[in-house]
Write a protein that binds this ligand. Structure first.
Ligand code: COA
Length: 426
């Protein structure tokens, strides 16, 4: 247990470093407040704040508004899933927002000894950061006091975050004429994240995003999102990705510690949405030969890779793995296994110059090692003219000519004078 803890704590260090001073906008619905587990979420917010993450919380109030309207026996009216906020509903909105904000502020102010909030002394700021305008009449339906975000006072929010204050925002906006508007919390979170140029926008949702078999969808592109049924958080995620927020996370708030697992472990528990084009590492097919040739041609011309004919690649295509991005081959490698001598040669490792430094070379390398092990190879060799250091940093060492297996000696071109390196596989 102790070892597990030390291991877990150490492995979270790179994430702690990476997130420090970054701005995260987190949205959660009014439902979250009605749960006993809300305190845990508050503790996690406090922890993120103490790790130097600049936090903006945007809370919802839908169930609180509905409860008030019900008490008054006043109908809750919606059109296209958006609330029509008449004057009675607006009064409920103001009351709900005020109460919810005070409750969250109270929880964030706790500092009892022996509790996770001890010595936290968190400073929370709320304010008139959102300028709104009325939605008006759409399809003949008057939305009354329901509004849309017109502008975010990002300078004021940045100033608060600069002082390590946690910013708490309600789904309410004010107009220059002093009117109050009921806003969608998801839209507010999206607009705030875009205005602040936040590193992350996180939606704490009521359910996980799953496929038809009930399995969590770990990653989605905006193109894939467009195929899914419309939903508040999904629409907001799409809008923010399109506006340049690099990482939008959908996290099931019912999973205890979901935020911490998503942010501080390699395999999160949520769905990451990005607008980046889809990229996969897969076995090559004959259709990839053109792409592989185009990728390696400049490297052959520079003498970095040995020359290969189309026919040779065609014959050995089963040994190749490629990285495809948006239909383009941007990386490749080949692993030739010699079953008799229980060893393999990693060859033709290349990443397009526009995409280097993104661990794609490492990905191809790890895949090759895994494939070598599956095929019972005990040693992997490489021949390199200019990249020996890259392999040495990954555990390869120079190989004496006498120890070079015969099949590799037969392949060796003395004119290229490549260094021969090897790595024993565990
Ligand atoms: C080697 C190669 C595949 C790495 O691809 P990549 O996607 O950039 O790899 P990674 O992101 O996993 O690794 C990047 C690291 O490798 C280092 N690196 C790149 N080329 C290197 C070289 N020739 N020698 C030593 N280190 C090198 C980078 O500086 C970077 O290190 P840093 O992060 O400490 O700065 C790529 O640079 C390439 O295609 N090179 C030309 C082809 C080649 O040399 N193939 C090997 C034939 S034996």
């Amino acid at each position: 247990m102790k070892n597990n803890f030390a291991h877990w704590f150490r492995s979270s260090t790179p994430y702690i470093q990476a997130h420090r001073n970054k701005t995260f906008v987190i949205n959660f619905g009014g439902e979250a407040l009605q749960d006993d587990s809300f305190q845990n979420l508050i503790h996690d917010f406090a922890l993120l704040n103490s790790l130097g993450i600049r936090l903006v919380l945007v809370h919802g109030i839908r169930p609180q508004i509905d409860a008030r309207l019900q008490k008054l026996n006043h109908p809750a009216r919606f059109h296209n899933r958006l609330r029509i906020t008449d004057d009675v509903a607006l009064q409920c909105v103001k009351e709900a927002a005020g109460l919810v904000r005070v409750e969250i502020e109270a929880l964030l102010s706790m500092g009892l000894a022996n509790s996770p909030m001890a010595n936290a002394e968190l400073k929370v700021t709320s304010g008139n950061f959102i300028v709104a305008k009325p939605i008006g009449v759409i399809d003949g339906v008057d939305y009354a006091n329901t509004g849309a975000v017109r502008r975010i006072n990002s300078t004021a929010i940045h100033a608060q975050l600069e002082q390590n204050n946690l910013v708490l925002i309600s789904p309410i906006g004010y107009s220059p004429s002093g009117d109050v508007f009921n806003l969608s919390a998801e839209q507010v979170a999206t607009s705030v994240a875009i205005a602040l140029n936040a590193e992350k926008l996180i939606f704490l949702t009521e359910e996980s995003c799953v496929d038809e078999n009930g399995n969590l969808i770990a990653q989605l592109t905006t193109d894939e999102l467009k195929q899914m049924p419309p939903e508040f958080a999904l629409n907001a995620a799409m809008e923010s990705c399109d506006a340049g927020i690099a990482r939008v996370h959908l996290l099931n708030r019912h999973i205890d510690g979901a935020l911490l697992q998503e942010l501080f472990t390699r395999d999160g528990v949520g769905t990451l949405i990005s607008s980046a084009p889809y990229e996969i590492c897969r076995a090559a097919t004959l259709n990839d030969i053109g792409g592989i040739l185009e990728l390696i041609k400049p490297l052959e011309q520079q003498g970095i890779l040995a020359k290969r004919s189309r026919e040779k690649i065609e014959m050995e295509i089963a040994d190749y793995v490629v990285i495809e991005r948006d239909g383009l081959i941007i990386g490749c490698s080949a692993l030739h296994v010699n079953a008799l001598e229980r060893c393999a040669v990693l060859a033709c490792l290349a990443v397009h110059s526009d995409y280097r430094g993104g661990a794609r070379g490492q990905r191809l390398f790890s895949t090759a090692l895994m494939l070598a092990k599956i095929q019972s190879a005990e040693t992997v060799f490489v021949l390199s003219t200019q990249t020996a250091q890259w392999f040495i940093e990954r555990g390869f060492v120079a190989c004496e000519w006498t120890n070079v297996p015969d099949f590799l000696k037969a392949l060796y071109n003395p004119q290229r004078n490549s260094k021969i390196l090897f790595k024993p596989l565990e």
